[in-house]
Write a protein that binds this ligand. Structure first.
Ligand SMILES: C[S@@+](CC[C@H](N)C(=O)[O-])C[C@H]1O[C@@H](n2cnc3c(N)ncnc32)[C@H](O)[C@@H]1O
Ligand code: SF4
Length: 419
């Protein structure tokens, strides 16, 4: 709580809480240089007890109405953000969930609809549950134009998966199917701090991910969301610190470099990252969008989403209006997560100088050993990344947990105050 208070007050110059307010149909200002796209597929075969994301248990009855609503939302938004008769450039396209592969036969249709309005110049990625990966899925994904995949392995160790509340899986064929394809990036998600996980278990998981052909390994600290159903709780601070240093050592000996606070990548491999865009447009229930002036979230209910999109209303439920300063703070926060603050990107987005706007804090961060000054920006040091690892967890507990829980309890909350 102290961390988020301090960030809001001292860096954001904001006395009161950040507030989400109900604003059905709202769209931010997308007059921005770069725009990423995201599509949420909110269905899963089984609901993992640790998972905080908005999803419901698979019911094929939903596919048709969901597809129709998604197409309606994309068309409605495109009408506002794409010039008539033209296509707008997008820097990337990600499909997440939920488990997008459950709608594998619909993904190419959605992709085509997006291509009617946008030219996706960067990579196109999709999140996959390892159980859903078959040769057929891999081929269909490639044919639909996806060139990146992210697989939620969590752990290769059956006992640790069980501690997370997930069934053991046979991973033997999973990666063969993918390695046959032409994916430019294969991201493997691991969780660390799982109850019972030793440093050696984590090292083994990392090495297995390398062996499986990962070009990127995302390592998330196990977070116990207030509304999750975790029977066993994450390991404490001291254990996490040791596990983090195991990750750094194992990544280094495997030839992987840190590409953000929680990701490691092979040199020159494209990065898989759906959240670290400066501005993005999200489609589907619970999808968020970030514009120049505000942040918005769609309703966290498939039923409310379908009903609203069918009435030709953008299914936004919540809007957070930024001040100029808090928008810059938001940029600073996510770029710290990426590990690098680019002065050029900042200037392009805000027409203002990073070194002027945050002069005191950057110099203080340098003195404290959190940043190194580079030619065109500021890079987080290892100590900076370590500190940010805790700040990010605090932000998740204080802001994301509260927002998502409230939005899952009520499709149209009046207000959410974040302190
Ligand atoms: C949208 S989720 C899962 C995607 C896919 N459906 C799957 O199951 O593999 C994306 C990633 O978030 C991470 N994650 C989910 N819940 C988490 C938690 N409670 N703590 C830390 N990481 C978590 C997992 O690594 C997961 O793969
Ligand atoms: S971890 Fe993946 S499969 Fe499990 S509930 Fe979350 S989105 Fe669904």
């Amino acid at each position: 709580m102290i961390v988020t208070h301090a960030m809001r007050l001292f860096l954001g110059h904001q006395l009161g809480p950040f507030e989400f307010k109900k604003d059905i149909g709202y769209l931010p200002n997308y007059n921005v240089p770069n725009l990423g796209l995201y599509v949420h597929i909110p269905f899963c075969n089984d609901l993992c007890p640790f998972c905080p994301y908005y999803k419901i248990k698979l019911s094929p009855d939903y596919f048709k109405p969901y597809l129709k609503a998604l197409i309606a939302e994309i068309a409605l938004v495109a009408k506002k953000v794409v010039l008539p008769g033209k296509k707008r450039k997008a820097t990337s396209l990600y499909f997440g969930g939920g488990s997008p592969a459950l709608m594998i036969d619909e993904l190419s249709t959605i992709r085509k609809i997006i291509d009617n309005y946008f030219i996706v110049e960067g990579n196109a990625g999709v999140e996959l549950h390892p159980r859903d990966i078959t040769i057929d899925t891999a081929m269909k994904l490639e044919n639909a134009g996806f060139d990146m995949v992210s697989i939620g392995v969590q752990s290769f160790n059956g006992a640790l998966l069980k501690n997370l509340g997930r069934d053991d899986l046979d991973f033997n064929s999973t990666f063969k199917h993918l390695n046959r394809g032409n994916f430019q990036a294969i991201d493997i998600d691991l969780i660390f701090g799982i109850p019972g996980q030793s440093e050696n278990d984590l090292r083994t998981d990392f090495l297995k991910a390398v062996e499986a052909g990962a070009t990127q390994i995302s390592t998330y600290p196990f977070i116990d969301f207030s509304y999750a159903d975790n029977r066993k709780k994450p390991q404490g601070r001291i254990a996490q610190k040791k596990l983090l240093s195991t990750l750094l050592k194992t990544a280094d000996e495997s030839g992987f470099v840190r590409t953000s606070v929680w990701t490691f990548g092979k040199k020159n491999a494209p990065k898989y990252s759906s959240i670290t865009r400066d501005c993005f447009l999200g489609f589907g229930p619970s999808a968020t969008s970030l514009g120049l002036d505000s942040f918005k979230a769609n309703t966290f209910s498939v039923d409310a989403y379908i009903e609203t999109a069918n009435k030709h209303i953008v299914p936004t439920s919540l809007r957070m209006q930024f001040t100029t300063r808090t928008r810059k703070l938001y940029w600073l926060f996510w770029n710290c997560y990426k590990g690098y603050l680019s002065e050029k990107d900042y200037k392009e987005l805000f027409s203002s100088e990073l070194n002027k706007d945050f002069s005191f804090w950057l110099r203080l961060g340098k003195v404290a050993g959190l940043f190194n000054r580079e030619e065109q920006g500021w890079a987080l040091t290892e100590l900076g990344s370590y500190k940010f690892h805790w700040v990010e967890q605090e932000y998740t507990h204080q802001y994301i947990d509260k927002t998502w829980k409230t939005a899952m309890d009520n499709p149209w909350p009046e207000k959410i105050s974040l302190y």
